[in-house]
Write a protein that binds this ligand. Structure first.
Ligand SMILES: CC(=O)SCCNC(=O)CCNC(=O)[C@H](O)C(C)(C)COP(=O)(O)OP(=O)(O)OC[C@H]1O[C@@H](n2cnc3c(N)ncnc32)[C@H](O)[C@@H]1OP(=O)(O)O
Ligand SMILES: CC(C)C(=O)C(=O)O
Ligand SMILES: [Mg+2]
Length: 558
């Protein structure tokens, strides 16, 4: 038998609920959010946050728009106790923000918790005890009744503590910890017993928080449990049903989303998902999922880089580059067909329109990112991506035939360096290839005379330090220049494609010209840049010729 033995594990039995309604619903409004970064997030860190870090995190959470913030476990440590005192005594809690604190259902801890909260104008006291089968049997070694009694006692002490400090507007919260490992009828029984103690009303609701302390099943199982709980719990209109999911199976966000569909009113989680083991439910992802579906999350993630910066500083954990919405690479496209599609969609997108851009679920600018970070070049990239970078970063608008020509040049370069190619590297590759080829032929001077529709032109070229006067005629200046070149070089040069534009918007701007010419039946491209557009075009032709000569080792004849 393999040591990798799945028979060691048993699946969670889903509850039988054929009348489930949540699959037919969609999320249409934001739930109440509660950040637990400063408690659940903090308790999971190798090095818990310092008071300064806690304060920085608290202020950022307020700025993001959280109205409920679990700020710690004040009975557990002096740091947490002092932090609660600091926020209260220094009046750092905005009027529309309610702080929340966690405590075990133990009398001395609850008393200490209330001590920390003296003088708070409003607070949520959150008490928990584990109710799951495994915890009952192996950790507490207690019967169902005894475990329920812990909850009832805790609820009673919480109520008594509040009564002793009537100057504060209290709200009570209870969590049957490890709810998803608890028989759901028993979880309802315990919660109803707590509700009986607290006697909430529709004006003064209590919060019942249903944690997936450890995620043990697919999110649909959690959703069934939540829907069933909502149907069975007493005084439903006086209870705020809250979710608190962890991410052990990687589905923390999905579980909370389905839990909201199943009837929950409130969601706890952390920014970017820090928390015990694989983390808490990531509120950034869940909020942005709503946002990208046109629902206001009532949280503001527009300064994503600040959020990342504070979270990384306080947790000393790096945000993964592929983290939904926030990671450095999540709006980057390296592969050619993605770049091509993004490029085309962005070209059609008009400000104010509904966002419909292939491969980009949201507009990166909404999170303070820009399009420059979208198209990135490596050996998997195509012509569209390269063209996009040159246009965005250097105003070079390559015509399509030049894109086709240049793309393999970049690809070979990327393969050689086996890494991403920067915008600066692309532009210098472009210049080296088309504007400054080896053995470039310089245009020293030129003169054009037009008589009776015929252009006669004279020019002086410089190659290998020697001057080469040429002269030619034609119906148009380019024809005249090419005829002069043909006569002088004995080549057969024909212009196939031609394009040009200015590189800026004022009189001092340079012009850039792109040509594709056939030199003795071989097609080559060249690019020229000059203050005058005619000069730029001649240079482009000369650069194309130099490239052809390099390829075929032809030389300009004397
Ligand atoms: C899923 C979660 O995130 S729950 C939150 C977990 N967070 C934390 O624990 C962080 C802060 N906690 C702490 O620092 C410590 O646990 C303290 C200071 C609060 C308490 O420490 P201690 O007094 O040493 O107790 P400890 O936490 O080890 O708990 C063990 C005892 O409390 C009991 N207990 C544990 N949880 C609870 C609870 N929620 N309600 C009532 N009793 C509880 C246990 O049965 C055990 O009892 P025993 O000593 O008779 O065997
Ligand atoms: C205290 C509770 C809510 C908790 O953090 C959990 O069960 O994960
Ligand atoms: Mg938790």
């Amino acid at each position: 038998m393999s040591r990798f033995d799945h028979r060691k594990y048993t699946p969670i039995q889903p509850i039988h609920k054929p009348d489930r309604r949540w699959p037919n619903r969609v999320i249409e409004a934001a739930p109440q959010w509660c950040s637990v970064d400063l408690r659940d997030g903090n308790q999971a860190l190798i090095e818990p946050m310092s008071p300064e870090q806690k304060l920085e995190m608290f202020e950022m959470l307020v700025d993001v728009g959280f109205k409920q913030i679990e700020i710690g476990f004040p009975a557990a440590s002096q740091t947490d106790f002092d932090f609660v005192r600091k926020l209260i005594t220094e009046q750092r809690i905005p009027d529309d923000v309610t702080i929340q604190v966690l405590t075990q259902a133990r009398k001395p801890l609850i008393e200490r918790t209330y001590e920390s909260l003296k003088g708070a104008s409003r607070a949520i006291v959150h008490v928990y005890n584990s109710t799951s089968t495994v915890q009952r049997e192996q950790v507490f070694k207690m019967s169902r009744e005894q475990i329920k009694q812990i909850a009832v006692d805790g609820a009673t002490w919480v109520g008594e503590g509040a009564a002793r400090q009537p100057e504060t507007d209290w709200q009570f919260q209870y969590s049957p910890e490890s709810f998803t490992g608890t028989e759901v009828d028993y979880a309802v029984e315990v919660c109803n017993a707590v509700i009986d103690v607290w006697q909430p009303t529709s004006d003064k609701k209590c919060i019942i928080n249903l944690p997936a302390t450890v995620e043990v099943a697919t999110p649909n199982v959690y959703a069934d449990q939540i829907e069933w709980f909502c149907e069975q719990v007493s005084r439903r209109d006086s209870v705020i049903v809250s979710l608190h999911t962890h991410n052990d199976r990687g589905c923390g966000v999905a579980a909370s989303e389905l839990g909201v569909l199943a009837g929950a009113d409130r969601v706890e989680g952390t920014l970017l998902g820090n928390g015990e083991r694989t983390g808490n439910m990531d509120i950034v992802t869940m909020g942005m999922n709503m946002y990208s579906a046109g629902v206001d999350p009532e949280l503001d993630f527009s300064h994503m880089d600040r959020i990342i910066n504070v979270v990384e500083k306080c947790t000393q954990l790096k945000v993964h580059p592929r983290h939904p919405y926030a990671g450095e690479l999540v709006f980057a496209a390296f592969s050619g067909s993605h770049q091509d599609a993004i490029n085309k969609c962005l070209a059609q997108y008009q400000e104010g329109e509904t966002w419909e851009v292939a491969y980009l679920p949201i507009d990166p600018r909404d999170l303070g990112r820009n399009y420059q970070q979208v198209i990135r070049i490596n050996s998997q990239s195509g012509k569209g991506g390269v063209a996009y970078v040159l246009e965005q970063e250097h105003a070079i608008k390559m015509p399509r035939w030049l894109q086709v020509d240049f793309s393999p040049v970049v690809q070979v370069f990327a393969e050689d360096c086996e890494s991403e190619v920067t915008a600066d590297q692309i532009v210098s590759l472009f210049e080296k290839t088309y504007i400054e080829p080896d053995n470039a032929i310089a245009l020293k001077s030129y003169q054009v005379n037009r008589e009776s529709g015929l252009d006669a032109m004279q020019a002086v070229l410089v190659a290998n330090h020697a001057e080469h006067p040429i002269q030619g005629e034609g119906r148009g200046v380019l024809e005249a220049f090419v005829s002069g070149l043909n006569r002088h070089t004995q080549h057969d040069i024909v212009i196939i494609e031609y394009d040009e534009h200015t590189l800026g918007h004022d009189d001092a701007s340079e012009a850039i010209a792109y040509v594709q010419v056939s030199v003795n039946a071989q097609r080559v491209c060249g690019v020229g840049r000059s203050r005058d557009i005619l000069g730029a075009t001649f240079i482009a032709i000369l650069n194309a010729l130099a490239r052809a000569e390099n390829i075929n080792a032809m030389r300009l004849s004397a």
